[in-house]
Write a protein of this length. Structure first.
Length: 151
């Protein structure tokens, strides 16, 4: 009988490859943001630094031979790939409909992917209110506090 939690055998080489890729992507973001305004570069640089720190931690974990994280049957490859698709959709929508509406759509799509339980009307309503609120707060911070131009 198979248990609910399986452990991958050996080192997490795909995780190591993903960490190296993310560190490279973060380095590219740091390089590109050299030409941004000081305030405009805060968010992408912060995300890039976090990606580097977490990537280095994962690489150290793999090199040290620490046991991999248990994998539950509910985890699969389609959710992370769909999340990457949501990020790509968000980026493409920014150019056509603008930052704020694209952010609302992206936040809602990412949240729908993250939920494993069926939606109730109350939970869906609360989630939609929170989604619009978070996107609005983010837009206000970027547009008015950080003076990020959206043209």
């Amino acid at each position: 009988m198979k248990s609910d939690t399986e452990t991958r055998a050996g080192r997490d080489w795909p995780g190591l490859a993903a960490a190296v890729f993310c560190i490279g992507l973060a380095g590219y973001v740091l390089w590109v943001t050299e030409h941004y305004t000081r305030f405009g570069s805060i968010f992408p640089r912060t995300v890039a630094v976090v990606m580097i720190v977490v990537g280095v931690a994962l690489i150290a974990r793999v090199i040290a031979g620490l046991p991999p994280t248990p994998v539950t049957p509910i985890q699969s490859l389609w959710r992370p790939l769909a999340l990457v698709g949501v990020g790509a959709l968000w980026v493409m929508l920014i150019a056509s409909i603008g930052f704020y509406p694209a952010s609302v759509v992206g936040f809602i799509c990412a949240g729908l992917l993250a939920r494993f339980e069926p939606w109730t009307l109350r939970a869906l309503t609360g989630f939609l209110v929170i989604s619009v609120s978070v996107a609005t707060i983010g837009y206000v911070i970027f547009a008015f506090a950080l003076n990020v131009p959206f043209d």
